[in-house]
Design a protein around this ligand. Structure first.
Ligand code: SF4
Length: 70
């Protein structure tokens, strides 16, 4: 499991369309986006809206209420 420390890759990189470069709305060059946000640890992740959305989804999926709905 990836840690939340500085200089580490975002834990959501494997499923993130921005990191993979498959989000066509992205106007920043991929290598810059990765350096500024993805490979920068919490310092970069905290400024990424997508990161916060993924975290929110994780919280919902791991909540007891969500488990009851399945
Ligand atoms: S930091 Fe943001 S853009 Fe980069 S992989 Fe994580 S969620 Fe995706």
């Amino acid at each position: 499991m990836r840690d939340m420390n500085l200089g580490l890759l975002c834990r959501y990189a494997d499923k993130c369309p921005l990191y993979k470069g498959s989000d066509k709305k992205q106007d920043m060059p991929l290598h810059i986006l990765r350096n500024v946000f993805c490979n920068r640890g919490m310092k970069g992740w905290k400024n990424c809206i997508r990161f916060h959305k993924f975290r929110q989804e994780d919280k919902i999926k791991n909540s007891p209420d969500f488990a009851r709905l399945r």
